[in-house]
Design a protein around this ligand. Structure first.
Ligand SMILES: NC(=O)c1ccc[n+]([C@@H]2O[C@H](COP(=O)([O-])OP(=O)(O)OC[C@H]3O[C@@H](n4cnc5c(N)ncnc54)[C@H](O)[C@@H]3O)[C@@H](O)[C@H]2O)c1
Length: 455
């Protein structure tokens, strides 16, 4: 039997993807497309049955694409015995934060399952989940060893953090991937594998460096968003429009990258991964104060939006517990169905707790997936509903929303700068001090139905 590198080169290697979700399913499809046989293993039997039927549950993979993968030897399964057929194991299971500590339990379990079921020959283990710097050393290698594998010898170990952006404009194959491993042998094996499906790989000399590079990417984004969120709140105090300020600063051709404020950060990465670093900083007795503080600023944004809405309604004589509110968008970002850590959901829950009457509109969200039964999203914007509501909150700028449907809205809060600056209806814009003072001082009766609204 040849080594795993040769089997990868000859496309004779079977690739097992462990955890077939937002990250794992696209990976499985790309490897089948590149000519590898792929086993997709997931502990969620319903998900695997759905894939076997040809029903995708991931926005970025439609049923046609899944069908092509199934035709090309993609085998979704919940049977760990099938892992004995694989040469390469790519782990894409969930990771998270529980009470301030990294939750790496799924990584440990997946590593243990691989050790128990992998064939007795050289294999390649790749961690594509986002983990804290040092997780391969502290969790992966010990779990493999406990299962009788010899990391660095019969089990090559690499960390190749996933960089996809669901709903975003970059295709998987156009994004280079960082490949970290502690030896040349392990690194070149992983590079050969990922060079088959992506535009290129960026090697680093340890698994820890790759883990840290991934957490740096998401921390950079989180900290910069916190910076503009903090400045947005300052702009509200000093009567400046932060959106105008950012666009002006963005004309500088170097040294500045535009980030925009919003109602908070959500999803499974930006609010979570930087906490791997802050936890590590505290554990090592060297707290990362900037990152800690940035997290706090973003976490307080949903409550800030609720405060602004309450103040705006109060200025119009509508107490929050008597207010009828329409919310546009529940997901954590536009054009996806993912509501994990969504600031829009946090805002809705906060408003429900204040006894406001709420109607949410989000064509991407199925009410059965929501824990809060007070929020039952409608699919389409209803003009009459908006005209009758005391305020409409624009929280997520889905492409399918047509904002001329807001023409008759008596009052709008725009958290995304999605509406034109000149509208006849009063619009409170997050981070726009001028809009706040206008909306707060403008009597409710000045809302007019003959608007000059342009979408
Ligand atoms: N979603 C993204 O956009 C994105 C982008 C980059 C990185 N990541 C990272 O990738 C990892 C996976 O994220 P995701 O969004 O794909 O998660 P997900 O929840 O969509 O999918 C994970 C899958 O793993 C399965 N699973 C859990 N434990 C398992 C086990 N022991 N064995 C086999 N399967 C198991 C779950 O049933 C689920 O289907 C996380 O670390 C995440 O931070 C996610």
């Amino acid at each position: 039997m040849t080594g795993v590198r040769e089997r990868i080169e000859e496309r004779a290697a079977t690739v097992a993807v462990i955890g077939v979700g937002y990250v794992g399913l696209p990976l499985a499809c790309h490897f089948t497309k590149a000519g590898f046989r792929v086993v997709g293993f997931d502990i969620d039997e319903d998900r695997m049955k759905s894939l076997q039927r040809g029903d995708s549950y991931i926005d970025d993979i439609d049923d046609k694409r899944l069908e092509r993968a199934l035709d090309n030897d993609f085998v979704p399964t919940s049977d760990p015995e099938k892992l004995s057929e694989a040469d390469v194991f790519i782990v894409a299971v969930p990771t998270g934060i529980q009470e301030g500590e990294p939750d790496m339990e799924a990584i440990r379990q997946a590593s243990q399952t691989i050790a128990e079921h992998a064939p007795d020959r050289e294999i390649l283990y790749v961690c594509s989940s986002t983990v804290f710097p040092g997780a391969a050393d502290e969790i992966v290698r010990p779990a493999l060893q406990a299962g009788g594998r010899r990391p660095g010898e019969d089990t090559l170990v690499a960390v190749v953090p996933e960089r996809i952006n669901p709903g975003g404009r970059y295709e998987f194959e156009d994004i280079p991937l960082i490949v970290g491993a502690d030896s040349d042998l392990e690194r070149t094996a992983a590079q050969k594998l990922f060079n088959a499906v992506t535009v290129g790989t960026a090697p680093v000399t340890s698994t820890k460096a790759a883990e840290m590079a991934k957490t740096l990417e998401n921390t950079y984004r989180m900290v910069n968003i916190a910076l503009v969120n903090e400045l947005a709140r300052h702009a509200e105090e000093v009567d400046v429009d932060i959106w105008e300020v950012i666009n002006a600063a963005g004309t500088k051709p170097f040294g500045f990258q535009e980030f925009y404020p919003g109602p908070g950060v959500g999803g499974h990465c930006i609010p979570v991964d930087p906490q791997f670093l802050t936890w590590l900083g505290r554990r090592e007795g060297d707290p990362l104060r900037l990152v800690e503080q940035a997290n706090v600023i973003n976490e307080t944004m949903p409550a800030h939006v609720v405060d602004q809405v309450e103040t705006g309604l109060g200025a119009r004589g509508v107490p929050i517990d008597d207010a009828s509110i329409v919310v546009l968008g529940l997901t954590y970002k536009p054009n996806v169905s993912d509501i994990r850590n969504s600031p829009a959901m946090a805002i809705c829950e906060n408003l429900c707790a204040k006894n406001a009457t709420l109607t949410a509109i989000d064509p991407y969200v199925d009410s059965t997936t929501l824990a809060n039964d007070q929020i039952e999203p409608e699919n389409e914007i209803d003009r009459d509903l908006i005209a009758d509501a005391d305020i409409t909150l624009l929280l997520v700028d889905h492409d399918v929303f047509e904002y001329d449907a807001l023409e008759d809205a008596p009052f709008v809060f725009d958290a995304q700068n999605a509406l034109p600056t000149e509208t006849a209806m009063p619009v409170l814009r997050l981070g726009d001090g001028e809009s706040l003072s206008n909306a707060h001082s403008r009597p409710a009766s000045s809302a007019t139905s003959s608007t000059t609204f342009q979408s």
